[in-house]
Design a protein around this ligand. Structure first.
Ligand code: NAD
Ligand code: ZN
Length: 402
């Protein structure tokens, strides 16, 4: 089959690779119809994960049709209304791999599954404990082949695969795999109360869903921060007031817009590759380059300082290692709460599908580019550099290159 393979920093290629096979009784093989590139893939593309190997298949936002089921995939689950899976079913695949029965899965902490990362020892060395396995996301989280490909093997298929109602298109449901639940959980993590103002850093795909989810959960105002004009425009269309961080001092502007009190909650939808301004920006780039810190926490610092006293800091943005100069004094003395994590995707599949079916949101608003899988190298470049007004690319396996 054809698959998008990581070949080193800033290099991906579409290669011929062996077709995936059923390895365990609870596996399924999915023929992929739509697959997207995520901001998280950019951290791998940019070379920030030392556990990537040349040839690894990327991709964790994919959906398609079941073409083969292992002998152990029998039980239905409540997300599928108890119906067991069958060959031919149209399904979305959560990016987090979960066994469904460990301590964490039982508590719906799906992204913390104890049984799905065969390389847990690597993560334990770095973090004390391991998160769940993830598709296409380095050897630290399992070394699973990803879904920017024609086919993928899905472990614990009976737990993860989510059947899609026929009337919904791929484009309406594809983002259930990751970024819609991620934006939604990030907004839930903001602990929004009626009348609240939420500030969202980053108007990429995660920020866009964070903004819309904050409104769905009752926020009165959302203030969105970025510097890319078309992303700010999309945020505005989602109802947000916007700030361009290259044009204003964000902390001052937020204070002014909230009568000096600060936003009730703040969301870092940027993560470890935040763009820093001025001397602070240079400081982090240099420290990262010489490996004195692994991640650049410019947004996290700004968000903690901007948040009102007693407020909540929600961090969907991905961090992988260590950061420097987090204003812990501000965090403690202002009595803030922080909530974060890889998304518990399974928890949101049914409720967010209901919102789509009720017409409360149509996630396809985000898609700016639809390209054949063969054009993945170009797609990574325009998504990374925000060229050609690119906000989100959907790749179509099986479609001829143009
Ligand atoms: P993206 O790279 O498309 O978007 C990031 C945006 O942040 C860009 O528009 C960029 O211009 C903006 N930005 C950079 N520096 C900024 C600053 N100082 N202030 C304000 N904005 C700034 O990525 P995305 O797909 O939207 O993902 C965002 C983050 O969420 C990434 O770190 C990604 O890894 C993470 N993520 C987390 C989960 C999860 O489960 N928690 C899931 C998916 C993605
Ligand atoms: Zn993703």
């Amino acid at each position: 089959m054809r698959a998008v393979c990581w070949k080193g920093t800033n290099k991906v290629e579409v290669d011929n690779v062996p077709d995936p096979k059923i390895l365990n009784p609870r596996d399924a093989i999915v023929k992929i119809t739509s697959t997207a590139i995520c901001g998280s893939d950019l951290h791998l593309y940019d070379g920030f994960n030392p556990t990537m190997k040349s040839g690894d298949i990327l991709g964790h936002e994919f959906m398609g049709e079941i073409v083969e089921l292992g002998s152990g995939v029998k039980e239905g689950n409540e997300r599928n209304n108890g119906q067991p899976l069958a060959v031919g079913d149209r399904v979305v695949v959560p990016f987090t791999i979960s066994c469904g029965s460990c301590f964490f899965c039982q508590r719906t902490l799906w992204s913390l599954c104890d049984n799905s990362n065969p390389n847990a020892w690597m993560a334990e060395k770095l973090m004390g404990h391991s998160p769940s396995g993830l598709f296409g996301y380095s050897h630290l989280t399992g070394g699973y082949a990803g879904g920017q490909a024609e086919y993928a093997r899905v472990p614990f298929a009976d737990v993860g695969l989510f059947k899609i109602p026929d009337e919904l298109t791929d484009e309406q449901v594809l983002f259930l795999t990751d970024i819609f639940p991620t934006g939604y959980m990030a907004a839930e993590n903001c602990n929004i109360q009626p009348g609240d103002t939420v500030a969202v850093w980053g108007c990429g795909p995660v920020g866009q869903f964070g903004i819309r989810s904050a409104f769905l959960l009752g926020a009165e105002r959302v203030i969105a921060i970025d510097r890319v004009p078309e992303r700010l425009q999309m945020a505005k269309e989602g109802g947000a007031e916007v700030l361009n961080f290259e044009e204003v001092e964000v902390g001052d502007a937020l204070k002014e817009m909230t009568s000096g009190r600060g936003p009730d909650s703040v969301m870092d939808a940027v993560g470890m590759e935040a763009h820093g301004m001025g001397l602070e920006g240079i400081y982090d780039k240099v420290k990262q380059a010489v490996r004195l810190e692994t991640d650049r926490p410019n947004v996290l610092r700004q968000a903690i300082v901007a948040c009102r006293k007693g407020g909540t800091v929600s961090v969907p943005g991905v961090y992988t290692g260590f950061v420097d100069k987090i204003p812990m004094g501000a965090f403690m003395n202002k009595g803030l709460t922080m909530k974060t994590g890889q998304t518990h995707v399974h928890r949101y599949l049914r409720p967010l599908t209901d919102l789509i079916q009720q017409g409360k949101i149509d996630p396809s608003f985000l898609i700016t580019h639809r390209l054949p899988l063969e054009q993945a190298p170009h797609a990574y470049e325009i998504f990374k550099h925000k060229q050609d007004n690119c906000v989100k690319v959907v790749l179509k396996p099986g479609q001829a290159a143009v």
